[in-house]
Design a protein around this ligand. Structure first.
Ligand SMILES: Cc1cc2nc3c(=O)[nH]c(=O)nc-3n(C[C@H](O)[C@H](O)[C@H](O)COP(=O)(O)OP(=O)(O)OC[C@H]3O[C@@H](n4cnc5c(N)ncnc54)[C@H](O)[C@@H]3O)c2cc1C
Length: 387
């Protein structure tokens, strides 16, 4: 069984100063007031064009991001690769609105596919649907509102971008994961992704959809899709996550008076997540899965299931993923035990990735247990080295 408390393995690539710096950073992130004030001033600084790079770059940016462009991520990719941890380059532009921005992001994603082709430490590419599509447009399509000519053209461009990315990925044989978003745009995304999965997953799992298991309809959706895909002789491929927008989802459902799509409590989400992981592992012949979590218990459960079925840890249909700068104790220990493990490595100019960084900071504050765990393990390793 993998020992996630083995801090010798987890932090073997960090020297004492780097450990101390990470400890200091998580101490800051554990302070909700500090994060609130920091996020507030960063947003103001961006709006008023005040320079913020000098404070963000050496701190949160360097901890959670790979570099300002693809080439700048090379040292991080190489270092992770030395520990058998692979990289998924994630161009982290969020909240864009114009077709020019979306086209630029599409080109970035295509460049990450090219990079993956040329670097064996990069097994997948990834993109976020709202990186290439306007949120409000997807929302309109989902509710079935009539689109005017301009909007219809805009939506056609969105479909073209999804297709361009996936056809390039297919041509270069680089699997691509598509992130999941809020439920009020996710059905449109699912439709677009399903079409691509049915088209490109004939010979191998190439296009991955993402399922947020905090949604109570997702387990059924997963099982239903797998049956449909089997009938059509194509591979299913899913990244499984718990879901990042719980508060927003609940608040919107309460405000608009519909049933919240989110499980009533954490236990129910955990159960659904673990059931989905087990289902995918059990069906590994036809289903590829990326277990995207920082939850040790879920990783342990997945490892047990893989071991029970006698599947090789590095089976090409099963991988684990964590975010850069988080849960190294999971990534490095899984990798050392021979499992396929990746880190999402966000990259982009400091200003572009600020919304991502603010989300990371806020998430680390709200997922109190998570930050506590990081601090506990860093402290443990610092003590061990002192001895
Ligand atoms: C590699 C990777 C890729 C990701 N990609 C995406 C993505 O495409 N889309 C996306 O939305 N998120 C994505 N995430 C974020 C993910 O959805 C989670 O928010 C995050 O990983 C925390 O969940 P966990 O499983 O790591 O850990 P845990 O700490 O065990 O779980 C926390 C999560 O549990 C759920 N939860 C907490 N409290 C409750 C409650 N009271 N009731 C019901 N559920 C509850 C929430 O989803 C919360 O985020 C990704 C995460 C990783 C590691």
């Amino acid at each position: 069984m993998v020992d996630f408390e083995n801090t010798t393995i987890a932090f073997h690539q960090k020297n004492i100063n780097q450990l101390k710096k990470a400890y200091w950073l998580f101490r800051m992130l554990a302070n909700p007031l500090m994060v609130k004030v920091g996020a507030f001033f960063t947003r103001i600084a961006i709006k008023t064009h005040l320079p913020v790079s000098w404070v963000l770059k050496p701190t949160v940016y360097n901890h959670f991001c790979g570099g300002e462009n693809i080439d700048a991520c090379d040292p991080v990719i190489k270092k992770l690769g030395e520990a058998n941890v692979q990289t998924i380059l994630d161009y982290s532009a969020e909240g864009k609105e114009s077709d020019a921005d979306f086209d630029y992001t599409k080109e970035q994603i295509i460049a990450t596919i090219d990079k993956a082709k040329s670097d064996q430490n990069i097994p997948y590419a990834v993109f976020k649907p709202t990186g290439v599509a306007r949120f409000a447009l997807l929302e309109k399509v989902q509710v079935g509102e009539n689109l005017n000519d301009q909007e219809q053209h805009e939506f056609d461009l969105v479909k073209e971008r999804f297709h361009a990315i996936c056809s390039h990925a297919a041509e270069l044989d680089v699997p691509v994961m598509i992130d999941s978003e809020e439920s009020w745009i996710q059905s449109v995304v699912d439709e677009l992704v399903e079409e691509l999965m049915l088209r490109y997953n004939k010979n191998k799992p190439l296009v991955f959809n993402t399922l947020q298991m905090y949604r109570h309809d997702r387990l059924e959706y997963l099982k239903g899709f797998v049956v449909r895909a089997q009938e059509q002789g194509v591979f299913s491929a899913f990244k499984l996550v718990r879901g990042a927008y719980m508060e927003k989802e609940r608040a919107r459902a309460a405000k608009q008076g519909y049933l919240s799509p989110i499980h009533p409590d954490k236990d129910a989400t955990d159960q659904a997540f673990d059931q989905a992981v087990a289902f995918c592992i059990d069906n590994n012949k036809d289903v590829a899965v990326c277990v995207g979590t920082h939850n040790e218990q879920s990783c342990r459960m997945a490892v047990q299931q893989i071991t029970k079925l006698g599947i090789s840890g590095n089976h090409s249909h099963i991988s684990f993923a964590q975010l850069l700068g988080m849960s190294d104790h999971i990534s490095y220990n899984l990798a050392a035990a021979g499992f396929n493990v990746c880190k999402y490595v966000p990259y982009g100019p400091v200003k572009t990735v600020i919304p991502y960084l603010i989300r990371r900071a806020e998430e680390n504050t709200s997922v109190a247990g998570q930050t506590g765990r990081e601090l506990f393990l860093l402290r443990k390793e610092l003590k061990r080295r002192k001895k």
